[in-house]
Structures are given as C-alpha cells and as structure tokens.
Ligand binder design. Structure first.
Ligand SMILES: Cc1cc2nc3c(=O)[nH]c(=O)nc-3n(C[C@H](O)[C@H](O)[C@H](O)COP(=O)(O)OP(=O)(O)OC[C@H]3O[C@@H](n4cnc5c(N)ncnc54)[C@H](O)[C@@H]3O)c2cc1C
Length: 388
C-alpha cells in the first residue's frame, strides 16, 4: 500500500533496477547467505547494466549521474530484498581517485572501472589497533625511490577477494613526527594481484551476515610511487571527501531496507488471522510498524537534503552523518517490527526476515558507528567540547 512519491525524478531508474533485481529472487539470496558466497551473477548484472558506474563522468565511460540517482539505485536494490553491500563500494570508492587523482591515473583506471573490467571494491582504512581513531593507523608506506614498501595490517576490508584494486590509507610519516595528526597519511591504489604475489595476505572473516569481509596483512608490499593519489601526506583529506558520499548512499540503502521490512510487515499483518481477525487489526501490531514508517520518512527527507547539499558542492558533513544515523535507526526499527509482526515465522529462513535483520544491523556500526556521529554533531554543530 505504501505510496511512491509522485514527484520522484527517478521513477524509471527505480523500475529498471527493480526489474533487474527480480531476476535474483529470495531463494538466490538465501543460498548466498547460507553458503556465505559472493553474489557474482548479481554483481555482474548490475555492472553490465551500468549501475555501478553511475557516478563516473561520461567522459570516462560512466553514466555521469547525480548522487541522488545513485542513491535511488541502491535504495531500490535493498527494497527488492537484495544486498547491495556486495558491490556498493564500486560506485563510490573511485570518488577519491576522481577528485584527487592525476589526469593520467583517471585515464588509466576510470574507464576500466566504469566498464567493470577493473573492480575497485576494497577500501582499506580500519585497523585492529586503531579502530575508529583513524589518524592512529600504523600501516606504513616507506618511500624508496620509484616505489613505496608497505607493511602493516588492515581489518574489515570488505570485498578484498572480489576486487582487482584497493584504495589503501597508510601512514607515510609517523604520527609523532607530524604537526597535525591528520597529516602524514597517504592514499594509494593497490593492484591486488601484484600485491598478493608480493607479500600481501588476505584472510576472510566470517560474520553474522554474508559480507565477504577480510583482514589483510602487508609484509613489505611494493607499491609503485605512481599509484599515490594526490599529494603525499594529504590522504586523510581525500578519504574524508569520499565519506559524505558513502554515508548518503548507505543511508539510502537503509531506507530501502526499511521499505522492504515495512512491506513485509503490512502484507503479513493483513493476511495472518489469529483470534478470528487479521493481526494487523490490533493496534499493538499496527503501531510499531507505523512508527517505523514515520521514522523512515523523516530519515528519507534527511537523505534527500544531504544529497542535495552534496550535489551543490556545499558542506554536508553533518547532514550526511545524520542521514546515515537516522536511516540506520529507521531500518532497524522496521526490522524489529517485522520480526515481531511475524511471530515465530520471523525466525524462519524461508521468510527472509532473519537474513535482512542480520544485514540491517550492520549500519549502526559501519561505515561509522552511531556514537561517533553523535560526537561529531555535539562538537562541530552544537559547539560542545571535544570528547576524545
Ligand atoms: C562487516 C563490516 C564491514 C566493514 N567494511 C569495512 C571496509 O570495507 N573498510 C574499512 O576500512 N572498514 C570497514 N569496516 C570497519 C568499520 O568502519 C568499523 O568497524 C567501524 O567504523 C567501527 O570501528 P571499530 O570496529 O574499530 O570500533 P571501535 O573504534 O573499536 O569502537 C567500538 C565501540 O566503541 C565506541 N566508541 C569508540 N570511541 C568512542 C568515543 N570516543 N566516544 C563514544 N564511543 C566510542 C564506538 O562507537 C563503538 O561502538 C567494516 C566493519 C564491519 C563490521
């Protein structure tokens, strides 16, 4: 029954994405989840249709679409019950390269990323020793003539086994030798095949949902100096510039998840009869669904607002963060209501709810946890003292 927005400029994109997703129905995702397998066929279909190249300018072979259009694509994938986490990063990781790479790097990589010949799916920032405190990472890239030697460790580097390239953040000057802690960090493009042959090891981490995430060890891995993006030591800024896009897109995925859960809840609440009437006739069943719907609609407005600011080239750090937080909370509320509405069947694999429930939980932690968003707002928007 949920109405779609009559002013939505992306109706056509949405229905085309929905048609593609319909080729990968629930049993496909159940099987992927059960086997913790990578949904290669789905990712290939999205790539071939050009959706993952949405944000790459046409001059480099992409679709040159807006962030709002990309958000509509990812929202629709989640709304269809699919899992965009398998490939969403192919859309936005290239942003650092696009905004800060040299013309030669852009010409070399972007057309191949756009066509899918090169998969840039892996983003190596988080480390076990530093966690959210990114400037404390210790993976080090030491300049030696025409190359760097990289040593250290990353954790939670998702899709590393399904990527040809990785965007890597490493220290090039130790933290105790820089004036500002955000200085001395650099971004590199790592060729996964070469690195695997020269000292890099990838170990999969099994997680509660099917996410193809890994930990990566670098033991004197040679990275050509020409793979440095932008200026040495300025990488933190380049990574940050991509994070707003990432947060807005992931927020859109959460909106899609919330819509999926709510549709499931209302369908079931209308159809399931207990005590001689549909369970949805009970306000105790209706209200959590309605409340989650209201939360989703509010979060959706913030996602649109953040995307509009981003597209206008305006500062949208706070809005992108709020969009991510509110959308992740809304999808979780919808997930919780969906399980409760389904009673025992909410736990049965064949209803798909328990799978989506596990998948939806991630976004209150990654790519940034709720506490860190709140402390960003407290400090940068509300003028409260820095808490860490
Ligand atoms: C499935 C999965 C996929 C991921 N994919 C990637 C990826 O592809 N690339 C990548 O680089 N990273 C990835 N991550 C990492 C993710 O971004 C981090 O897990 C997340 O940012 C939280 O960092 P952490 O796990 O180190 O938690 P920690 O920093 O150890 O924090 C633990 C808890 O303490 C809280 N906390 C910490 N400091 C404070 C503070 N000062 N005030 C209040 N609360 C605080 C946090 O909010 C959190 O709840 C992924 C993680 C997961 C689980």
């Amino acid at each position: 029954m949920m109405q779609s927005d009559p002013d939505d400029p992306f109706v056509e994109i949405r229905s085309a994405v929905a048609r593609l997703c319909a080729q990968f129905p629930a049993p496909y995702w159940r099987q992927m989840d059960r086997e913790q397998a990578y949904p290669t066929a789905f990712v290939q279909a999205l790539t071939q249709a050009g959706y993952l190249a949405a944000l790459i300018p046409e001059v480099y072979g992409g679709a040159g679409l807006s962030l709002s259009a990309a958000a509509a694509i990812l929202e629709e994938i989640q709304r269809a019950g699919a899992n965009g986490a398998a490939c969403h990063a192919q859309m936005y990781i290239m942003g650092s390269l696009l905004r800060h790479g040299s013309e030669a790097q852009k010409a070399q990589y972007l057309p191949q990323i756009a066509s899918g010949t090169l998969r840039l799916q892996a983003f190596g920032v988080t480390e076990p020793g530093s966690g959210t405190d990114t400037t404390s990472i210790t993976t080090f890239a030491e300049k030696r003539g025409d190359h760097y030697m990289v040593s250290g460790q990353k954790v939670w580097t998702s899709r590393a086994e399904h990527s040809d390239l990785m965007l890597l953040l490493a220290r090039t000057t130790p933290k105790d030798k820089v004036v500002k802690r955000t200085d001395g960090l650099s971004v590199f493009i790592v060729d996964m095949k070469e690195a695997l042959a020269g000292g890099m090891t990838i170990r999969p981490i099994r997680t509660m949902m099917n996410h193809s995430t890994t930990e990566i060890f670098f033991d004197n891995v040679r990275v050509p100096a020409e793979n440095l993006i932008g200026e040495e030591g300025k990488g933190f800024r380049y990574i940050l510039s991509g994070m707003n896009a990432e947060r807005i897109l992931i927020a859109a995925e959460c909106i899609g998840d919330a819509k999926w859960f709510t549709r499931k809840s209302t369908d079931y609440a209308n159809e399931r009869r207990v005590f001689g009437r549909p369970i949805g006739q009970n306000q105790g069943v209706q209200f959590p669904i309605a409340r989650a719907y209201a939360q989703m609609r509010a979060a959706e407005l913030m996602v649109h607002h953040a995307a509009t600011l981003f597209e206008a080239g305006r500062d949208c750090g706070a809005e992108a963060n709020m969009a991510k937080m509110l959308a992740a909370e809304a999808s979780w509320a919808a997930a919780e209501a969906c399980v409760q509405t389904h009673g025992g069947f909410g736990f049965a694999e064949e209803y798909d709810i328990e799978r989506k429930f596990r998948e939806a939980r991630l976004y209150q932690v990654a790519p940034i946890s709720t506490n860190l968003i709140l402390s960003h707002l407290a400090e940068h928007v509300l003028g409260l003292p820095r808490s860490y």
